[in-house]
Design a protein around this ligand. Structure first.
Ligand code: EPZ
Length: 417
């Protein structure tokens, strides 16, 4: 288990190039299961652990995958299997997304039900209800979900705009002849990106990125080429790191339109944020004003930036509140930030953050991906030495993070064990 050693208290300066979005690349890689023809994906963050795992899932199902830099070529020379292996699904919940494409194509699929994780119980009932609305029957066997019977087009209404369920149902609908409508769909930019890829494969997709997605599917989808959108959560994390260290950073290859909620809140807290075509620049002097946030599905304040936001607000000139409305257990970083001198009180879904003039270095531990990102933001801002344990969580979602931060002036090194 690697750890990061950070000597903090130095402003970040310069330019960081943003990678392709992990959470867009995952479903798009899985959508290649919808065709036997070759697909070429570009701007894929191939160094991420979650992307490597997704490639292993595709290979276990029967695809051949060639990686070259950030390009991924997916093809097949043998029939696909309709089972996803438990040892991979348990390592990455998003593997459950193979259910939609495989069920739609082959009329039968078996996937292990992913367990909960550090941020919540994370059931998949919305996915299952969606498949049932399109005619699937389900059986539970040995902890695996078996879905069978051919899907028919139809109307699906989600009780909550789940990102994963929207992606799973969009992929299924793309391979079912006829028109399927998904109501109360998630509106995240990653959904729009998946919609573009499915359209390039030959499905007719409208409304991806709005709350009603309509898909006219086809039994025979073709291979396609696609370039993945930039990672808005990686961008947001570096924006907050720039502000927390009172530095000045340019994020190259970023998409400001995907980060409106964060940009508005950062400006309210006193950061200077400049938006350009394919770039964002952030600079900050002094401590932020306290600004409260409530997380919500897109276009609300992203739950994935709640933890790094808390790290910045720990340094505010006053008290703010953070309400986590998407996941039920996403405050694990609060206790670790407290070890660095932050004053945070938790009550149910609300964190009250009482700003302090400065944090100080301490040995701390990442409990999940974005909690880990928050600890890095705090560590970069805090004078003294911080050691962050369990870096493998951070490696799931931030490509070459120590190299990118070092190029911006951070003193960070990875200690391998
Ligand atoms: C996606 O997870 C992202 N993961 C998450 O990013 C992100 O935090 C989340 O969307 C919300 O934006 C990927 O894209 C791979 P949901 P997903 O289904 O699809 C409940 C990161 O750090 N729910 O929208 O799992 C669920 O328990 C990760 O990069 C049900 O109740 O999110 C949660 O409370 C973490 N039943 C809420 O909805 C269901 O069937 C949102 O989940 C599905 C979800």
């Amino acid at each position: 288990m690697d750890r990061f050693v950070i000597d903090g208290g130095r402003p970040l300066r310069g330019t960081i190039r943003i990678s392709g979005a992990k959470n867009a690349a995952l479903p798009i890689l899985i959508a290649t299961l919808l065709t036997d023809e070759p697909c070429l994906l570009e701007n894929v963050p191939t160094k991420l652990r979650d992307i490597r795992l997704t490639i292993r899932v595709l290979e276990a199902i029967g695809k051949c995958v060639d990686v070259s830099g950030s390009r991924v070529f997916v093809h097949a020379d043998k029939p696909l299997k309709t089972r996803a292996p438990y040892d991979l699904v348990k390592q990455m919940r998003a593997s459950v997304l193979v259910a939609g494409p495989l069920l739609a194509r082959f009329g039968w699929v078996r996937v292990p039900i992913p367990g909960g994780c550090a941020i919540g119980v994370r059931p998949i009932d919305i996915h299952i209800k969606g498949f049932e609305d399109l005619g699937a029957r389900r059986v539970l066997e040995q902890g695996d979900l078996i879905l069978d019977s051919p899907l028919r087009p139809g109307r699906v209404r989600f009780k909550f705009p789940s990102v994963g369920a929207t992606e799973n149902l969009m992929m299924a609908a793309a391979a079912v002849a006829g028109t399927t409508v998904i109501v109360n769909a998630a509106r995240e930019p990653e959904i729009e990106d998946l919609g573009s890829f499915l359209a390039a494969m030959g499905a007719r997709v409208s409304g991806a990125g709005t709350s009603t997605v309509t898909i006219r599917g086809s039994r025979t989808l073709r291979g396609a080429k696609h370039s993945v959108i930039p990672d808005r959560i990686e961008t947001g994390t570096y924006m907050l790191a720039a502000a927390a260290t009172q530095g000045s950073l340019r994020l190259a290859g970023a998409e400001p339109a995907h980060l409106k909620a964060l940009i508005a809140k950062m400006r309210a807290a006193g950061a200077a944020v400049r938006e350009g075509r394919g770039r964002i620049a952030v600079s900050m002097k002094g401590r932020p004003r306290p600004v409260s946030v409530v997380t919500a599905p897109h276009p609300g304040f992203p739950t994935d930036l709640q933890a790094p936001w808390m790290a910045w607000m720990s340094l505010a000139q006053g008290s703010s509140r953070i309400r986590e409305e998407v996941f039920e257990n996403r405050f694990m970083h609060a206790a670790e930030l407290s070890r660095m001198g932050a004053r945070i009180a938790l009550s149910g879904e609300t964190a009250s953050v009482h700003g302090v003039p400065g944090l100080s270095g301490a040995p701390i531990m990442a409990s999940d991906l974005r909690a880990g990102a928050a600890l890095l933001v705090a560590a970069l801002a805090a004078p003294g030495r911080t050691t962050v344990q369990r870096v493998y969580h951070i490696d799931r979602g931030y490509e070459r993070i120590e190299a990118k931060l070092r190029a911006a002036g951070a003193r960070i090194r990875r200690v391998r064990r």
